[in-house]
Every structure is written in C-alpha cells, then in structure tokens.
Design a protein around this ligand. Structure first.
Ligand SMILES: *Cc1c(COP(=O)(O)O)cnc(C)c1O
Length: 544
C-alpha cells in the first residue's frame, strides 16, 4: 500500500514513474553510444568514403542476390569448376608414373627408398621453377651453399630439441635469448624485450594481442580498435579478425605511398589501442613517416608497431652502407614494438622471426599463463606450445656466420641492385613508373599508359620465367630483390622492356595476375568470387 502511495506521489511529482525515467535514461545512453560510434566511424573514414562504402555494399548485396538466381548460379558454378580444374592441373602431379601415398606403408621404408621417392616427386613437376635461377621475388633470400651447410649442421645437432623444456635443452634457451638480444641491439633498444616466433605473421598477430591486453589492463578499453595503413601487411587484419578488433584502414598518398598522417590522426579515438607503420611495407617497399606516427602515438598514449618484417636485416644497415634512410627504429619516440623477420634478410631457416618491445612490462601482456590447468602450471610466451629448437639453432648459426660485415655487404649489393632496377624503370621505360621512393630492397612498378596494364606486363614476365608479385589498388607488380636476383638485374630490365612491348599487343586478361587482380576489381562481386577461387586453392593444397 505504501509503495503504491509513494509511487503515486512520485508520479505526481515528476509526471512519470521512476521506471520510465530509467527507461528514458537507458535509451538516451544507448542512443548516445550509437551516435558516438557512428561519429567516430565517419570521422575515421570521412563522409565521402563512408557513402561510397555504403553504396558499394548495397550494389554488392544486390549482385549477390542476383547471383543466387538459378541461371546465374549455374554460370558461376561452371566458371568456378573450370578454375578448379586449372588450379588442380597446375598443383597436382598427374599421370601413370605418379605414385600416391595415401596410407601408412605396412612396414617402414629404408632411408634409400625415402630419398629416392623424394627425387621422384621432385621430377613429377617438370614445369616448377627452380629458385636457384634467381628469378623469384623474395622466397629464398640467400641460398648460398656455404650458409646452407652451416644451418643444416646446426639444425641436425639440435633436431630433437624443444625450448618448451629449457631445463632439458639449456643451450637452445640461450640461443633464443641471444637472437632476441642481437636484434634488439640492431634496432637500438638493448634494454628492451622480445621473443622469437614462427614468422612475421605470428610476430604481428602477437603484437596485436599484446596491445589488446595492455589496453584492457591499463586503459580499461573493452572495444579495441586499431588504425593501419592500407599498405600494412595483411597479418594485422588477420590478428584483428582473430582477436575481435575493429580496424580503420587509412589510404596512402598516391605519390609518396606513405600513410596519410592527418587521416590516421582523425581515426584515433578513445578505443584505439595501436597504430601501425611499415619500414618497409610489403606491396611497394616504401616506408611510412614513422616520426609523425610516433608523435601521434605519444600524444594519445597508444602503441605504435613498426613492421620491419621485410626490412629485417636491410633497414638497420642502410645508413652504414651509405644509403639515405629516415628514422624507423626504437630511437624514434613513440615506437613501442617492432617485428623483424630473421627468416627474410637475416637468412635464417624458414620459421623464425623476432617481436621486440620497448620494455619488458609491455611484453608481459603477450604471455599466456594458466596456473589452474589439470596438466600443471602452464606458461608460454608465444602462440605455440612445443617449438622447434632446431630452427632456433639454425637461426643463431646464420646470424653468427653472417656477422655485421656479412649483413652490411648483403645490404649494399641487394639495395644497389634494387636501385638499379628502379632507375632502369624510371629512365628507360617511359610506360612504367616506380611506386613511391622505396629505400630498401623492394621495387614496385605501375603503368603510366592507358593502353598497358602493369599486371599484363607481370604476366608477360611470368612467361619469361620470372615470379613476381601482383598488387591491387593500383594494379601493379613488385620484385623483392634477394642475393639470388642481384646477378640478374640487367636481364630483369631487358625482359621488362620486352614485356611492356608484349603487353601492348597482347589480347588482355589471360594470365594469372590479370585473372586474379583484374577480376577482383572489375566487378563489385569480384572480390567475393576471387575469395571462392582462393578457397578452392586452399582446398587443393591438401589434395593428396
Ligand atoms: C613477409 C612480411 C610479413 C609476414 O611475414 P611471414 O613471415 O610471411 O608471416 C609481414 N610484414 C611484411 C612487411 C612482410 O613483408
């Protein structure tokens, strides 16, 4: 009775029940929150791009609906079926001479049989390219017989080791710590902290995870966002997808190919955990303005990850090698982490990279610790549990074998070769232009001319035995120069001139680059269809 009375009195006083008041407050709060989200989104993307995105999305949805119509679906299925046959015929050896090993052999085979069978498998693919020819972008970075012997000896010696058990394999623990220390020294942060990982992707994914945990613990951020240049490696998107982080992808300046700093600044908000710069980026080998990014990171007290996965053992040697270089390492205020791939220009065996942090406190957010597991106290620094100690031994051996002077020498010859390629394109091939001003080992070229597609040129280069990388937005092609490509620079430029000529007269759209990247941008549903082709490609990887 009292309650009813007081509630009536309240209603008389305020004109509505307290419950309704709370309801109004909650609605207002939710509206405000939504508005803030929309506002931040608009601020980061800009009104024009947001409208464009919305239109693109709408067109794409309509076309996807249209593709569901039986006739359209049949057509798509037929085309995808053709693509599947093409992919499989390229990747899977066929014919009467091909043996498939689909179940365990009843009894174990002899070592001789095993090696002989491998020889047979290698011969099954008569058309596969030999990396020793020096016509492949990236992939194998050193390839010298001498270094390979050193790495193999180290890996053999530690073939059963596992750094998960430092008490059983103490020297493997020591080697890992020393690999990290050597990289920290190279990047001018000897008192920092780091870890080795299975590759650049794991280093980047871990950095993303670290900043997510750090931001939650230190800044109370529960809806994390990050801001990355469109030229940043896709591993950042992968990390964001794994860990549920919203990303704002910021365009680069079309001339300098550096991320637009003003747009980065606009995209930062109270939920931002990290921003990203590359030194150098994968697509065109250019370097972002790390100093300006550092200022933004300092001002907003957020993380700045500099991706030196590709720059690895080239960037730190540029200055001493006499090439111009802008600041990129821990000497730049605001840089809080750097990834460096030992398995690229560090010439380590594949499966090794280093993630470095400004200080040990930040690295702690990378760890996974579970004291309650039935299997015992579990603590691991990276994603893997068990890890191959052999790779660490191989990496340590490569670093010791090369030494400072070895890397300096390789920096000089590789970067000189890349500059000769860039110079050759600029001076001798008017139909093509170099993207930005790449400071290190990667050179990308686009087309200046309306009747020549750079991707078509890339396909013509493939027919001459080159394995280059196709890029989109703009359609372009890059080469990452390695020690193996250095002696082939003149051949590269000569072949490129021929390819430009061929691309001018060729009927368009038959090569792989044109199919993949041309299709991707020729229609709003292109990316979705290319995605289906990519799925088929991945399925094919596991076809025995
Ligand atoms: C290669 C590369 C990565 C990823 O490295 P993986 O070792 O392939 O996982 C990241 N960033 C850049 C710039 C790269 O070139």
């Amino acid at each position: 009775m009292d309650a009813v009375l007081s509630s009536t009195r309240l209603r008389a006083l305020y004109g509505s029940s307290p419950l309704e008041h709370i309801k109004t407050l909650v609605i207002a709060y939710l509206l405000l929150k939504q508005t803030l989200q929309v506002y931040r989104h608009l601020r980061a993307r800009g009104v024009i791009q947001s409208v464009q995105d919305a239109c693109k999305w709408a067109v794409q949805e309509v076309m996807l609906l249209a593709l569901r119509l039986p006739a359209a679906r049949r057509k798509v299925d037929t085309e995808l079926g053709k693509a599947r046959i093409q992919i499989e015929s390229k990747m899977i050896a066929q014919g009467p001479g091909v043996t498939r090993h689909l179940a365990l052999p009843e009894n174990g085979k002899t070592p001789d049989w095993i090696l002989h069978e491998m020889e047979k498998m290698d011969a099954e693919f008569d058309n596969h390219s030999d990396w020793r020819d020096g016509k492949i972008s990236g992939a194998v970075y050193h390839g010298g017989e001498d270094l390979m012997k050193v790495i193999m000896a180290a890996m053999e010696r530690y073939s059963v080791s596992n750094p998960l058990h430092p008490d059983v394999f103490p020297s493997v623990r020591k080697m890992e710590a020393e690999i990290v220390a050597m990289c920290l020294k190279m990047y001018n942060n000897p008192n920092g902290a780091g870890a080795t990982t299975s590759g650049g992707t794991e280093s980047i994914v871990l950095a993303v995870k670290t900043y997510r945990e750090w931001a939650r613990a230190v800044k109370g951020i529960t809806k994390p966002e990050m801001v990355i240049p469109e030229t940043a490696h896709v591993a950042f998107d992968k990390g964001a997808a794994y860990f549920g982080i919203k990303t704002h992808t910021i365009p680069v300046d079309p001339i300098t190919r550096q991320v637009n700093i003003k747009r980065v600044a606009r995209a930062i908000n109270a939920n931002t955990i990290m921003i990203v710069g590359s030194a150098v980026n994968f697509p065109d080998g250019c370097q972002d303005d790390i100093v300006s990014l550092g200022q933004l990171a300092t001002k907003h007290k957020i993380g700045l990850h500099v991706d030196c996965c590709l720059g690895s053992f080239i960037m730190p040697f540029l200055e001493e090698a006499g090439f111009p270089v802008k600041p990129f390492d821990f000497r730049v205020q605001g840089v809080t982490s750097i990834s460096c791939d030992t398995h690229k220009y560090g010439f380590a065996p594949k499966g090794n990279s280093v993630i470095m942090y400004r200080n040990p406190e930040l690295r702690r957010h990378q760890y996974y610790i579970n004291p309650d597991w039935v299997g015992g106290l579990y603590a691991s620094p990276t994603i893997a549990g068990s890890r191959p100690g052999a790779i660490l031994a191989g990496t340590w051996a490569a670093l010791q074998y090369m030494g400072h002077s070895g890397y300096l020498e390789s920096c000089k010859s590789i970067v000189s070769a890349a500059r000769r390629i860039a110079h050759g394109i600029t001076e001798e091939i008017p139909e093509l232009y170099v993207l930005g001003n790449p400071p290190a080992s990667v050179v990308a070229f686009g087309s200046n001319s309306a009747d020549i597609s750079a991707l078509e040129v890339g396909d013509a280069m493939s027919r001459k035995g080159w394995h280059l990388n196709g890029l989109s937005r703009p359609g372009a092609v890059h080469i990452a120069v390695t020690r193996l490509t250095v002696p082939h620079v003149d051949e590269f430029i000569a072949d490129l001139k021929d390819s430009v000529r061929e691309a001018r007269f060729a009927p368009p759209g038959k090569g792989t680059m044109m199919t993949l990247y041309g299709l991707g941008s020729s229609s709003p549903v292109g990316p979705r269809l290319v995605g289906r082709v990519a799925e088929m490609f991945l399925d094919t990887l596991y076809k025995a």
